[in-house]
Each structure stands twice: as structure tokens, then as C-alpha cells.
Design a binder for this molecule. Structure first.
Ligand SMILES: [Zn+2]
Length: 273
């Protein structure tokens, strides 16, 4: 089955991983900007990173027939440095019109601090000014529920935000409902140790149905599994779910959501030329 991984950090993966993903049916992926494993010291570091995301990774993926898309921002971990964040926000528009750029992301909160909230709101302003879609990271640990609530409140307080163009990522059992109920898209991140497993994601599809839901692998610097979406496909098949439902979650939904972005020039693999 063809699938799209809507949230995977390929800069931290090897070229062999690209090959494995292609063999498993991955035809598209979207890579949000995030942490580099260390805090960057200057805005030039971010400019180079954005070049890597919009140019190099796109070409590396294309060698394996995978279409690569990306999102730009300064992530919540580094947003604690507000002055650096503002310098980064100022260069993002240089990249927004490039092919494959889907919007602003992954923005969000890490420790739910005042500085993180300030930088989150400034990203929202940038997205509104440039009519960009938004991809949101929700915090992972004990403060996940509180952080997700803070994020949803900030988004809902701004009437200019079109909720059907916002993806709330890393939802779990206690945060999925408010995200969906308020009209946002939601993503479940499948991880071997923390966050959500393929079985828990399948449970949530059984409870909530497939509307506005996706699954992703994250594939970041920590222990993570870039082939987690195929694991989800296998779990859904094991439970006897129809291929049409599985395809809806892993392929049709990402296409529907991303299509709202001008940078999503996607060629479906079964399109006749
Ligand atoms: Zn991420």
C-alpha cells in the first residue's frame, strides 16, 4: 500500500532509511523544522538548515521516488531565546514560496513557558500574514495535557486562524478529543518507547473514526522507528479493517490536508502521465 509519512525528521536518518521507506510503500513525506540535537548559536545556522530542508533533503528523497515536503520555524526548545527566535522569524519568508514548503511548523510548546508562548504567537502572526498552513508540536511528558490546552486556547483566540489548515501533532488518548472537537486535524506519533504505539493508534481510529486523523513516525534523534507507519498498517490489517479505511488514514488524509498548501505539488504514484 502506498503511504505518506506526514511528520518525519529525515535530517537525522540515513540514506539507507530512505531506501527502506521506499521499499515499504512510502511515496511522500513531510519534514517539519525542529531541534538539531543542540541549540544553534546564530540565525545563519537556521538559514543553512532551511536550505538543507528545502533543497538537499528534497533531492535525497527523490533518488528513491519519495516526494519530500517541509515546514519552517524555530522549534519550541530553542524558542526560549526570544531575540534569536525573532531573527529566525524574519528570514522564514525568504523560503515560503519555494516548491515543497507547506507552511509554518513544527511550532508549539516544550516546557509551556512564557517565552515559548510569545514565540508561538509570533509564528501564528507570520502564518496569518503569509496565508500559511500550520503544524503544531504538543509537549510530550507530564505537562502534555496542560500544554495542549494552552496551544488550543491560543489558536482558538485568534479568529483569523483557519482550523482546517492546522495539524495538532503528537495527540494521545487524553488530548485527541479537544483537538478534533475544535475543528483541527490531529496526528498520532508512533514511537517504540514513549508517545503512542501502533496498537493505541488503531484503538483511537476505532473510537473516533478516520476523519481528520493521520499517523506519523517522527523519526527523530531519540529512539524512534522510521517504519512505524507500516507497523500501523499491519496492526490495522491484523484487526480485519478494510484497506479503504487504512488507506484513508495513511494516504488520502495527508493528501487532503496538504493540498490546502500551494507548495504541495504532489504527483500521485498511480496518476497516468
Ligand atoms: Zn517532530
Amino acid at each position: 500500500m502506498y503511504y505518506i509519512d506526514p511528520h518525519i525528521h529525515m535530517v537525522s536518518r540515513t540514506t539507507d532509511d530512505y531506501e527502506t521507506l521506499a521499499r515499504m510503500g512510502c511515496v511522500g513525506m513531510s519534514e517539519p523544522a525542529f531541534w538539531a540535537g543542540f541549540d544553534r548559536g546564530s540565525v545563519d545556522s537556521f538559514r543553512d538548515y532551511f536550505r538543507q530542508l528545502t533543497d538537499f533533503e528534497r533531492r535525497r528523497a527523490a533518488q528513491f521516488g519519495i516526494q519530500h515536503f517541509t515546514w519552517l520555524c524555530i522549534n519550541a526548545k530553542e524558542a526560549e531565546n526570544v531575540s534569536l527566535s525573532r531573527e529566525v522569524l524574519a528570514i522564514i519568508p525568504e523560503f515560503l514560496g519555494l516548491p515543497g514548503v507547506l507552511g509554518i511548523g513544527e511550532i508549539g510548546l516544550n516546557k509551556n513557558t512564557r517565552n515559548e508562548a510569545t514565540v508561538f504567537l509570533e509564528h501564528l502572526e507570520l502564518a496569518v500574514q503569509h496565508q500559511q498552513q500550520i503544524l503544531v508540536h504538543t509537549p510530550h511528558l507530564d505537562d502534555k495535557y496542560a500544554g495542549t490546552r494552552m496551544i488550543l486556547d491560543m489558536l482558538c483566540d485568534d479568529r483569523r486562524i483557519e482550523r482546517h489548515r492546522v495539524l495538532i501533532d503528537h495527540v494521545e488518548e487524553h488530548t485527541i478529543r479537544p483537538a478534533l472537537e475544535q475543528g483541527f486535524w490531529a496526528g498520532m506519533t508512533l514511537y517504540p518507547l514513549t508517545k503512542c504505539t501502533p496498537a493505541r493508534a488503531a484503538d483511537m481510529i476505532e473510537i473516533y473514526g478516520p476523519e481528520r486523523l493521520m499517523v506519523n513516525s517522527a523519526g527523530d534523534w531519540g529512539p524512534s522507528k522510521p517504519t512505524a507507519v507500516p507497523d500501523f498498517i499491519m496492526e490495522m490489517r491484523r484487526r480485519g479493517h478494510p484497506e479503504s479505511l487504512i488507506r484513508r488514514v495513511v494516504y488520502d488524509n495527508p493528501v487532503r490536508f496538504f493540498r490546502q498548501s500551494a507548495g504541495f505539488q504532489f504527483h500521485a504514484p498511480d496518476d497516468t502521465p
